[in-house]
Design a protein around this ligand. Structure first.
Ligand code: NAP
Length: 318
């Protein structure tokens, strides 16, 4: 009978936070398992140009993902593709359940990230993949010389609207207020782009089309008037929701589902650390995710060292 493997650390998620954590933990000779349900890279895989990650003046998101993934395995971290159903606390070991299979570990680093939010209006689900999209990089090229709508006013909405002008004849940003949330430098690029127009103070109430998107019903937030705005595609960028289902029983999240950590990336549960976009924080960027991942890794290393000391004193060496 083979002995059960007990990892020093299981890292939940292989975005920039998780992959950085894996570099640090495996380089510190901790046995490391990284678990990811999608493609390694997280949101980077759906980003065109990244131009604010030092060392790369500009790099394609999928290319940076691939480089980080190769790096994350260089020092011996294992990788498994699967969906984490639950992370269970325990002493001395935690349990991570991946597609029904249990993995035992001394510590956990949560790096599950966040995913795009849905509008929740009629037509959105039905026409998803038929003109409704959440990924300009993936789907933009299908809309050559067509008219598109982007919903939202944050960095993602405005950046992706700019990207979509590579293909579309016109891109209209529909925003529920009269001022964008996006950074000023990104706003300026959009205002300077002749293909981009704005519809202020309107919400999207319905996405319409017979098999393919043909327009959106929009509501004037001032007058309440509803009109139909014709378009061939709708790209929805209205923010993110943290992916914290697997830790919902641990009581480590706030009312919006984001994980609360201290400056060492410690959650309120000993031995469970958290990093990247899944955390409550002000700036969600690749660079802040990698920073978090490195801190979480060092904290987990210290935790495991202390745990091993404790177990030794109890003659429970593992
Ligand atoms: P975000 O900053 O939260 O912006 C979401 C936008 O969608 C806001 O303008 C919001 O309107 C609007 N919105 C939210 N719910 C809505 C609804 N139900 N109906 C209509 N509009 C709705 O999200 P994000 O743009 O995805 O960015 C997420 C994070 O990533 C941010 O921290 C951002 O700075 C960062 N990011 C950075 C870059 C970059 O630096 N290059 C690129 C992309 C993302 P209100 O403004 O009225 O709330």
């Amino acid at each position: 009978m083979t002995a059960e493997i007990i990892y020093d650390v299981v890292i939940a998620g292989a975005g920039p936070a998780g992959m950085t954590a894996a570099v640090y933990t495996s380089r510190a000779r901790m046995s490391t398992l990284m678990v990811e349900k999608g493609l390694p890279g997280g949101q980077m895989t759906k980003t065109e140009d990244i131009e604010n990650y030092p060392g790369f003046e500009t790099i394609l998101g999928p290319d940076l993902s691939q480089k980080m993934f190769e790096h994350s395995k260089k020092f011996g971290a294992e990788y498994v593709r699967g969906e984490i159903q639950q992370i269970k606390d325990g002493y001395p070991f935690k349990t991570v359940i991946v597609d029904g299979k249990e993995y035992k570990t001394k510590s956990v680093i949560l790096a599950t990230g966040a995913e795009h939010r849905h509008l929740g209006v009629p037509g959105e689900k039905e026409l998803s993949g038929f003109g409704v999209s959440y990924c300009a990089v993936c789907d933009g090229a299908f809309f050559a010389d067509q008219e598109l709508v982007v919903v939202g006013g944050g960095d993602s909405a405005v950046e992706e609207a700019i990207f979509l002008t590579r293909f579309a004849s016109k891109v209209t940003i529909i925003h529920r207020r009269e001022e964008l949330r996006a950074q000023k430098i990104i706003q300026k690029r959009a205002f300077d782009n002749e293909k981009i127009e704005f519809v202020w103070n309107h919400t999207v109430e319905e996405i319409v089309g017979d098999g393919m998107v043909s327009g959106v019903l929009i509501k004037d937030t001032v007058t309440g008037e509803i009109t139909e705005f014709p378009c061939n595609g709708v790209f929805i960028y209205i923010g993110m929701d943290p992916l914290t289902d697997c830790v919902k029983d641990l009581g480590i999240t706030n009312e919006n589902g984001y994980v609360l950590v201290d400056e060492d990336m410690k959650t309120s549960v000993k031995g469970i650390f958290s990093s990247g976009d899944v955390n409550e924080k002000t700036l969600r960027q690749v660079i802040t995710a990698t920073g978090d991942g490195s801190i979480a890794a060092i904290s987990s290393q210290h935790y495991v060292e202390n745990l091993e000391e404790e177990l030794k004193e109890m003659n429970l060496e593992v």
